[in-house]
Design a protein around this ligand. Structure first.
Ligand code: SAH
Length: 213
């Protein structure tokens, strides 16, 4: 598959749709207009890749809906060179959006098949996360902590404490919390012990799973 002007046109339309849905961050919209989402999907979805929808990516997982990716990225309020931990690499689309904002990205995936496939895809496309890790996101990445931001792209039944602990002071954790439906939740670390919590609308993610063992 290639990236063509037709795809570019569809991306611009998608960005307009996201603006109507309330996405305002210019950098985020620029990323949506630039990143070839159809290449992150199986070729059978090529014609649908720029609809504002989630699609299957194998291993019973999905690529998040563009609106959701844009909304979560906005909540991170990325500064240049921000050090970001992403839980749930999946297709790598969210990773690419973060890289487009010049973030230093550490990304973790627990499905071996997806981890391998996306790692290969990143190197083919020239996307360079700082680290691409096969592991359990519930634990975060203590050896690289603290982070300016942590983004969880699967539905978490509860907020894992290690993720809060791995935020810098002023750092932001964006995490959908709940069961079948989740509430998008933002934690801002105010001090060593204090966190401000804000809740946004409800979303539907695949579940953040605990270790298989
Ligand atoms: N950011 C992805 C979204 C993928 S869906 C994208 O844009 O395509 C969520 C992903 O989280 C899935 O790939 C799933 O395998 C992964 N996941 C689920 N539980 C996890 C865990 N405990 N640690 C790391 N990744 C996990």
């Amino acid at each position: 598959m290639k990236d063509t002007l037709k795809h570019k046109g569809m991306r611009n339309k998608l960005a307009e749709t996201l603006v109507k849905k309330g996405i305002a961050n210019k950098n985020v919209l620029e990323a949506i207009k630039t990143i070839p989402r159809h290449l992150f999907l199986d070729s059978s979805f090529e014609d649908h890749a720029y609809q504002d929808k989630a699609f299957p990516i194998g291993a019973e997982q999905t690529i998040s809906q563009p609106y959701t990716v844009a909304f979560q990225t906005e909540l991170l309020e990325l500064k240049p060179n921000a050090k970001i931990l992403e839980i749930g690499t999946g297709s790598g689309y969210q990773t690419a959006v973060l890289l487009h904002q010049k973030a230093k990205v550490y990304t973790i995936e627990r499905q071996l098949e997806l981890f391998k496939k996306t790692k290969l895809f990143f190197s083919k496309m020239g996307y360079r996360p700082k680290k691409n890790i096969f592991g359990d996101g519930y634990k975060g990445l203590p050896e690289e902590a603290p982070f300016d931001g942590i983004i969880v792209t699967a539905g978490a039944p509860y907020v894992p404490n290690p993720l809060l602990a791995q935020l810098k002071i002023g750092g932001r954790l964006v995490i959908p919390v709940g069961g079948e439906e989740q509430v998008m939740t933002l934690f801002i670390r105010k001090s060593e012990k204090e966190f401000e919590k804000k809740e946004f609308g409800s979303f539907r993610f695949v579940p953040l799973l605990e270790d298989k063992n």
